[in-house]
Design a protein around this ligand. Structure first.
Ligand code: ADP
Ligand code: MG
Length: 263
């Protein structure tokens, strides 16, 4: 499916980020990020190192707290709850539940080394969501089939290539039946020859209609798969739009310079 002809993207915003600010001490890292993502939409965030991309992604599932602003996913404020007409930091049990429908894939695969591939994929559904182990296993096998790793189910992660390990961590993110998938530079730690298989897996998820926010430096992938591109620099969104517009005709010198480094 090309990004021009997507029919499953709804009009309603599913993820809403309003004026998100974050400081690390005196370092003002996010300076008022605004972003809306619709269900089924694939948004790629580009930007130089240190611009706050990871911090922003981590704010979305509350791995990082915000200093001000608001983020809702499916109408729910993640990490906060309404009490007496105001938003308050939510207790961990509430956060865990809110986060339970957001899958995240990191640059480092973070697989459990002492668990098999299959156990890595069933771990969260069984131990966090209380899914029956047999049910979780059946579903995990279907997901491993989808990412082309069913034959590795009983292997341990260290026996797999980096690309295969990253596909297992994608399978693990899918196992919680996510409504939103976040990817933070999922191919940056891979040898160049292994990048393609991971990008292909992600493209297939995009084609299946998953809602995805992806931080990456893979420009051709972005052109092909993104419905929308967001260029971040110094903690703000500098430009955003369809890849066919903004990536071919960047409006700002900053984005033009950034792109020219990758082409
Ligand atoms: P990007 O992902 O775009 O490279 P980051 O979000 O990782 O950017 O980092 C943005 C800024 O925030 C950097 O200056 C970084 O040093 C700082 N930073 C990120 N995480 C932390 C942290 N946990 N503690 C202190 N500073 C941090
Ligand atoms: Mg980062």
């Amino acid at each position: 499916m090309s990004n021009e002809a997507k029919e499953n993207v709804s009009e309603e915003p599913f993820v809403i980020c309003r004026d998100v600010h974050k400081n690390f001490g005196s370092n003002h890292v996010l300076k008022g990020i605004n972003l809306e993502v619709r269900k089924g939409e694939v948004v790629v965030i580009l930007g130089p190192s240190g611009s706050g991309k990871s911090t922003f992604l981590r704010c979305i599932n509350h791995l990082e707290t915000m200093d001000s602003g608001m983020i809702t996913v499916g109408g729910e404020p993640i990490g906060y709850e309404w009490r007496n007409g105001a938003l308050w930091e939510a207790p961990y049990s509430v956060v865990a539940k809110q986060r339970s429908r957001i899958g995240m894939v990191f640059q480092a695969f973070n697989l459990f080394p002492h668990l098999t591939v299959l156990q890595n994929v069933t771990e969260f559904p069984v131990h966090v969501h209380g899914v029956d182990p047999k049910v979780a296993e059946k579903r995990a096998m279907e997901i491993l089939e989808k990412v082309g790793l069913a034959d590795k189910a009983l292997q341990y992660p260290r026996r797999l290539s980096g690309g295969q390990q990253q596909r297992v961590s994608i399978a693990r993110a899918l196992a919680i039946e996510p409504e939103l998938l976040l990817f933070d530079e999922p191919t940056s730690a891979l040898d160049p020859e292994l990048v393609g298989e991971v990008l292909n897996t992600m493209k297939s998820l995009a084609d299946q209609g998953y809602t995805m926010i992806i931080v990456t430096h893979e420009i051709p992938f972005t052109r092909e798969v993104a419905d929308r591109v967001v260029f971040m620099a110094d903690g703000v969104v500098v430009e955003e739009g369809k890849p066919s517009d903004v990536m071919y005709h960047p409006k700002t010198e900053r984005f033009r310079t950034f792109l020219s480094r990758y082409l």
